[in-house]
Design a protein around this ligand. Structure first.
Ligand SMILES: Cc1ncc(COP(=O)(O)O)c(C=O)c1O
Length: 480
């Protein structure tokens, strides 16, 4: 670093307002100032390393600073840094779209570029609503989303979110939409008895597509879908689309749910001709053990929203991938007024597109997906001992994502009170161990880059054990 650390810390306090951060927490405390990164490690200016166990907000797939991705971006920078994408094109956007169509479900044939996870979801919603207008069903304006779902922080995305902690202050701004219960097996919304609930919970965490290609039915029969079905019976003809995060609801609490639920939900939506919007902004690009989480349930949406891992976190980019049927409903003489009037300054930015091409190249060169099952099994073995901790209420895992829901009382599942700030104390203790852990509320999680080696996974879990097994950190003074 060319400027000394203390000067930078002070300038940060003076000039920067950080996202999802109570700045008062840093009035007396320095924040982690990252100087450089390589592989799984973030390094501060003193050269101290921290395992990036959250893939830098769920973006990094192949590790930081991958040479192939750097090469793609450098070469692109020498040719073309930016160009408008409205009615103009460039090689990287074209080649990337072609590659994405090859790796997404066959029904998806068109790529619409944008630049972040919130907008890719909003694009899908707008396309769905406009599609129904073009197809003579303008009454289909309703939207359905899950309680505890998360699709971003713009007003449109918030309107479809279900995490009150984040968005309730803006409730008056949001457009109305329907909410249905989430498949939160640990806290079963249908109130299933323990022996039934636990079968679903274990199906949620073990049914990776790699190990189970034809998930059977669950003893609970996905009873939590009943309100969705009732809504469809009542209002199906007025509903345009159902938006959800396949297999893992991320920001709503790392809720891992069974493939069977996803299949059943998709079948219901189809029965009532409701569009399916799969928000794989977080789960896309291998994180759940398959390239896309939807593969584990063998379902294909009308819209697939991708971002984060698309560029390995190198540059901002998002895509909404959709079907020919949707595309054709907009394809007409200009005067028919069917154009999709939506775009962003950085839609399809060439540098971001090059980074994404580089990332897809790494998937091929390193056969990343083929190496995952062994890593995932190893992660499972490393996590097993955490189950016995008195405050680990639930341990859920899918692919390279693992979550530990910490509770005050294991029997009653009573959560720790927010005022205890368990997550904050874990975050601070993690830093001391050289780990970037960033719990969400009472849920501590690993969202590991696919490039993590067996040794790195072991080391991360050992360090996390030292944090989570320490009652002075998690539950000082015991129950209150
Ligand atoms: C599933 C999901 N959708 C959408 C978003 C919003 O993405 P962005 O922060 O890029 O707007 C996120 C961000 O975490 C996400 O996890």
């Amino acid at each position: 670093m060319s400027i000394d650390e203390q000067t930078l810390q002070q300038k940060d306090r003076d000039f920067v307002w950080h996202p999802y951060t109570q700045m008062h927490d840093y009035a007396q405390r320095d924040l982690l100032l990252v100087d450089r990164a390589e592989g799984l490690m973030l390094y501060d200016s003193k050269g101290r390393g921290y395992f990036d166990t959250i893939s830098s907000w769920w973006c990094v797939v192949h590790g930081h600073g991958h040479p192939v991705i750097k090469k793609y971006v450098r070469e692109q920078l020498d040719r073309l840094g930016h160009v408008i994408l409205a009615g103009i094109s460039h090689e990287s956007a074209i080649l990337l779209a072609e590659k994405l169509i090859k790796i997404t479900p066959p029904k998806l044939t068109k790529v619409f570029y944008s630049d972040n996870g919130s907008t890719t979801c909003e694009v899908a919603v707008k396309m769905s609503l406009q599609y129904w207008r073009h197809c003579g069903q303008p009454q289909r304006q309703g939207l359905v989303a899950l309680e505890r779902g998360y699709h971003g922080d713009t007003i449109g995305a918030m309107s479809l979110g279900g995490v009150p902690e984040f968005h309730q202050a803006f409730a008056h701004l949001m457009f109305p939409s329907h909410r249905v219960p989430p498949p939160y097996c640990y806290r079963c919304p249908a109130g299933m008895p323990e022996e039934v609930r636990s079968v679903a919970a274990s199906a949620a965490t073990t049914a990776d597509a790699a190990t189970e290609t034809d998930p059977g039915s669950l003893p609970c029969d996905c009873r939590c879908l009943a309100p969705f079905e009732e809504l469809l019976i009542r209002e199906g003809e007025r509903i345009a689309a159902f938006i959800l995060e396949p297999r893992i609801m991320g920001a709503g609490g790392l809720i891992v749910y069974p493939a069977q639920w996803l299949r059943r939900a998709a079948e219901l939506a189809r029965r009532y001709q409701v569009h399916l919007i799969f928000d794989e902004v977080a789960t896309g690009f291998g994180r759940t053990g398959t390239m896309f989480a939807l593969e584990s349930a063998g379902v294909s949406p009308d819209f697939l929203c991708l971002s984060k891992g698309l560029t390995n976190g190198t540059l901002p980019m998002a895509v909404t991938v959709t079907t020919n049927e949707i595309y054709q409903a907009f394809y007409a003489e200009y005067n028919e007024d069917k154009t999709f009037f939506h775009g962003h300054t950085f839609s399809g930015n060439p540098l971001a597109a090059a980074a994404a091409l580089g990332s897809l190249e790494v998937f091929e060169q390193e056969q990343t997906m083929a190496g995952l099952p062994a890593k995932i099994s190893h992660l499972d073995r490393c996590l097993e001992r955490f189950r016995d901790l008195p405050w680990v209420g639930d341990l859920r895992r899918l692919g390279m994502i693992a979550a530990l829901e910490l509770v005050e009382d294991k029997k009653t599942r009573q959560p720790f009170a927010p005022a205890k700030r368990v997550g904050w104390h874990i975050f601070l203790a993690g830093l001391k161990e050289g780990l970037l852990l960033r719990p969400m509320g009472n849920v501590t999680y690993l969202w590991l880059p696919l490039s993590a080696t067996g040794e790195e996974i072991s080391e991360i879990c050992n360090r996390m054990w030292r944090v989570l097994s320490n009652s002075a950190i998690i539950n000082p003074g015991g129950r209150r």
